[in-house]
Design a protein around this ligand. Structure first.
Ligand SMILES: Cc1cc2nc3c(=O)[nH]c(=O)nc-3n(C[C@H](O)[C@H](O)[C@H](O)COP(=O)(O)O)c2cc1C
Length: 330
């Protein structure tokens, strides 16, 4: 699958997740086998206002591999202007430009939906076409879109929206097989992803509920998609990309030991501290660090302690006790 200057062999990516897919998570996803990833969503309007926090969400380090920046909004001109600003920024040392601009057409959250943004765009395929067309007009890199199955059970129009996006010049479509009203409940529908794949000529990435190599193969088989995006299954578990990669290539896979989990969790914390500073990083990374340790003796007490930790040192000490209690020397 070719996208801009990149040739992806198996189309495996980290799905965008606000509050999660920061530089640290993207770096580890890449290290374990994700071929590309996407930033957390950023407001197109905030970009055009020059909001500093928004720019920090959109900053990409070279070691993360190719990363798309995801924007949300509803006004074609504002979104195109935002893309232009994000792509024109001269990268500082160690930072790079996004390799694609992804447009959020799936966010179900009320605040966003009420503004006609995120999944609300799926009410109006013509607007989708116009947004993609206008953003393409100012973007020197590929423009991609991320859709849901539709707005609700009566409006499962992902096929129509995907065709509109393709008509506007989109280079790739990711489909999360749930409607807006489903948020994250039930199972993602693979049939609708398959129908999208059959209806467009550009690559389609399947998304929803993939948490293992086996499920990834089933998703690919049942949808015919060109690749897979993994979101929640990668929280506290960047290893899932190595597992999926191995499954796709028919290679054997050894799950990480507790020691590797601890080392990787601490590496994520270290990368996060480098980006955000000790205080903010520890608070923001707690939920992700805790998620590395679900199926071990004493894991729920550990998670509760991590969620109260105030410093990296404290997290390190907690993990070192935990390793000893589980018979690992770390
Ligand atoms: C906490 C959270 C934040 C999310 N933020 C975004 C986002 O910023 N942009 C987006 O397109 N999708 C977002 N999503 C949706 C995911 O990208 C993905 O479509 C969804 O979680 C289903 O995939 P999964 O089952 O692999 O997690 C978010 C999902 C979660 C759980």
């Amino acid at each position: 699958m070719k996208l801009g200057n990149y040739e992806f062999k198996y189309g495996l990516s980290l799905a965008p997740m606000a509050g999660y897919t920061d530089s640290a998570m993207r770096t580890l996803a890449k290290r374990y086998g994700a071929e590309f990833s996407t930033t957390e969503m950023v407001s197109a309007k905030a970009v055009t206002f020059g909001d500093a926090k928004t720019f920090s969400l959109a900053a990409i380090r070279e070691e993360e591999g190719p990363v798309a920046v995801q924007i949300f909004g509803s006004e074609p001109d504002v979104m195109a202007h935002a893309a232009e600003i994000l792509l024109a920024r001269e990268p500082n040392e160690g930072f790079v430009r996004p390799f694609a601009v992804d447009i959020n057409m799936g966010c179900p959250v009320n605040k966003i939906f009420k503004n006609g943004e995120g999944s609300a765009l799926m009410r109006d395929p013509e607007l989708i076409r116009k947004i993609v067309l206008t953003v393409r007009g100012t973007s020197p890199v590929p423009v991609t879109v991320k859709l849901r199955a539709g707005i609700d059970g009566e409006n499962r129009n992902a096929v129509e929206c995907a065709m509109a996006a393709e008509d506007g010049g989109a280079s790739l479509i990711t489909v999360h097989g749930r409607t807006r009203v489903e948020f994250y409940s039930g199972r993602a529908d693979r049939e609708i992803i398959k129908n999208v794949k059959k209806s467009v000529h550009i690559p389609v990435i399947a998304n929803g509920d993939v948490t293992s190599g086996e499920e990834a193969l089933a998703m690919l088989r049942e949808t015919g998609a060109d690749g897979i995006a993994v979101g929640r299954g990668a929280v506290g578990n960047p290893f899932v990309f190595a597992e999926i990669r191995a499954a796709i290539f028919g290679e054997s896979y050894t799950p990480p030991s507790l020691g590797e989990r601890i080392d990787t969790a601490l590496e994520q914390l270290r990368l996060s501290v480098r980006e955000k500073g000790e205080r903010v990083a520890v608070v923001e990374a707690r939920k992700q660090i805790a998620a590395y340790f679900t199926s071990f003796r004493g894991a729920s007490a550990l998670r509760a302690s991590i969620n109260r930790a105030e410093s990296s040192e404290e997290v390190k000490t907690l993990l070192s006790y935990f390793a000893k209690a589980n018979g690992e020397n770390s």
